[in-house]
Design a protein around this ligand. Structure first.
Ligand SMILES: [Zn+2]
Length: 486
């Protein structure tokens, strides 16, 4: 039977090529009005809380720039509160923070998912869907435009250089995870299941690409896997963050997720501090690799004509709710990530305090071509994986069907299937431990919007006889080897 064409549409990030010019004019006008409310013109700080999902980011702030290059850097497993420029007390990523000083810093950026593949797919397509099976997700995203495709069609040289073992490659058919390689004329995966210190290769390839294409218009996407478990920094970096065999007890210099999970119930405070510091050491090392690429941009004279966007795919939890790792929930430690954008045509630091979805990465990149409106009023949604495990495909450790929706300082959460929705006030309750009373006045409208998202029909048909396990056989193998499945 022929597959029915996907009909599910989300309202965000749809292409409007035909009306680009009119759209830009309209956005400039709307953006001017919005800028009055959004940012303090002197300090660049957000000047007030919004009453609804928000005003668009002033379009004038990030104007189209068809001659600009685009550098997108994604870092695996990085939570915002581990960076000094997002509130941490301990320095981990000085180069990223220096970048934040030069442009837009989104202080409450929310990843669309606490897991690599759905998060990166949303970043590169601007799409978030709610209620789908894994097979539906694959077929849904098959029919969506990817940022690299738009730029490639516009004449950009496009390259993806990653080191996550489960991200797709062009060279090895069957090694594809979703369609993340789409639109990249070069796609290189340095990933190695036995090592997480391959970021040096990502940077070396990136610098080589920049040197070869300094005169071209390019889109370069880099993904650094280093901070992902196992936490295995160099001995030097581990010592820098206080690693000491005596004090760290059962935590070795290489902390695998399996070892950590065995210690879940008995870990001491000192040991837990050591685990966190090993992760910090990996962030520090990754920052140095990123610095090499940013340095090459400067050396080659490309900084002032390159849009640089940097964010994380998800955070990491260190027993905040009794677990190590990620994927399991939509609480802040797993979905609040750094998000920085430096636009060649804007100057100075701008801090945005409102919640913003990192799916807006697509808008920012495509906005270079004036094909997509810069919209930061898109719903700020996140979700764990859906219950595709119910199909008997594979069992993961985490709870499926957890969702969250943000509105200013409020966050509505469905913790897991069949559990009642709760709302947290993040200003009063950063740890998300004390839900507001069910009759709190602010709760109703936000709850209704989240319920509507969760129950939205997903009319994506999957061809009969699709064998998901076979389709993604190698991906599942890799994810299993990384410690994801039961
Ligand atoms: Zn990841």
């Amino acid at each position: 039977m022929r597959a029915k064409r996907a009909t599910f549409e989300v309202q965000q990030g749809m292409l409007v090529r035909k009306h680009a010019v009119a759209l830009v004019v309209a956005l400039v006008l709307v953006g001017f009005a919005a800028s009055v409310l959004w940012l303090d013109p002197c300090t660049g700080e957000a000047s007030g809380r919004r009453s609804h999902a928000g005003l668009p980011l002033p379009a004038s702030a990030m104007p189209p720039c068809p001659s600009c290059n685009v550098l997108l850097i994604t870092v695996d497993t990085v939570r915002a509160d581990y960076l000094e420029c997002f509130g941490a007390q301990i320095e981990t990523m000085p180069s990223v923070c220096a970048l934040a000083q030069r442009g837009w810093s989104f202080e409450h950026a929310i990843s669309p998912a606490p897991a690599t593949l759905p998060a990166l797919t949303s970043l590169l397509t601007g799409q978030i869907i709610s209620n789908e099976s894994l097979a539906q997700r694959l077929f849904f995203f098959q029919n969506r435009p990817y940022a690299a495709q738009l730029l490639q069609e516009a004449g950009y040289v496009t390259a993806g250089i990653v080191d996550h073992p489960a991200l797709g490659t062009l060279e090895a058919p069957g090694r594809q995870s979703g369609f993340l390689h789409r639109g990249f004329s070069q796609f290189l995966n340095h990933g190695d299941l036995r090592a997480t210190d391959t970021g040096d290769k990502v940077s070396a390839s990136a610098v080589s690409f920049l040197e070869s294409h300094a005169r071209d218009k390019f889109f370069l996407w880099l993904h650094y896997f280093g901070p992902h478990f196992p936490y295995a920094p160099s001995a030097k970096d581990a010592r820098r963050y206080g690693f000491d065999e005596t004090r760290c007890g059962r935590i070795g210099g290489t902390a695998t997720i399996e070892e950590l999970r065995r210690l879940t119930d008995s870990v001491t405070q000192d040991e837990l501090a050591c685990v966190r510091n090993l992760h910090r050491a990996e962030l520090y090392r990754t920052d140095a690799w990123i610095a090499e690429v940013l340095g090459a941009l400067d050396t080659l004279g490309l900084s002032d004509k390159t849009l640089v966007v940097l964010t994380g795919d998800h955070g990491e939890e260190f027993l905040e709710r009794g677990r190590f790792g990620h994927e399991a929930t939509v609480f802040e430690e797993l979905v609040h990530v750094p998000f920085v954008a430096v636009h060649p045509k804007t100057q100075g630091a701008r801090r945005v305090l409102e919640p913003v979805s990192t799916a807006a990465v697509f808008d920012i990149i495509a906005g270079i071509l004036a094909q997509v409106p810069l919209r930061f009023d898109r719903e700020v949604l996140t979700r764990t994986h859906h219950d595709y495990m119910d199909r008997g495909t594979v069992r993961m450790r985490s709870e499926p069907n957890s969702f969250a929706l943000y509105e200013s300082n409020l966050k509505a959460v469905i913790p897991k299937k069949e559990e009642p929705l709760v709302v947290y006030d993040l200003e009063q309750d950063k740890g998300e431990k004390r839900p507001l009373a069910p009759d709190a006045p602010a709760l109703g409208e936000l709850a209704a919007r989240l319920e509507a998202f969760v129950s939205a029909p997903v009319e994506v048909s999957v061809p009969e006889n699709t064998d998901l396990r076979e389709l993604l056989r190698l991906d599942f193998q890799r994810l299993e080897n990384l410690g994801y499945f039961e």
